[in-house]
Design a protein around this ligand. Sequence first.
Ligand SMILES: [Zn+2]
Length: 133
Amino acid sequence: MIYVDAMHGKLARILRVFGVSCVYLTSDLTDNQIVKLLKDNDVLITSDFELSKRVKNVIYLDSKDLKTNLEKIVNSGIKLDIQNPYCYLCNVKLERIGNKYRCPSCNRFYWRGKQWGNLKKYLPSQLQEFSNT
Ligand SMILES: [Zn+2]
């Protein structure tokens, strides 16, 4: 599982829409609790340098720029799967219905309209070829 620290809520939501299931860590967790929570194969995405030193699989982000951070995440080996998005609120895989997507958990509908237009500017350059789909 991929964990995203409390500083990166928007990044976590975008990752989900781009097909990466991830857990958003709330700010009430201490570093010790986060270190304990992580299993061997888990990956932590964080901007907390001290915390990043204590975790085996970590993607350390030193930028505040979303696109830069997404590129770093992709370059670190996390695969975006934009044809299979997750609900940005529930982290549940969306069901495709025609050219829309529905979250089976919260019943929210997604479609590749304005919402997608606002998001695709964050797509890493490696994936720009998908930006017109
Ligand atoms: Zn949902």
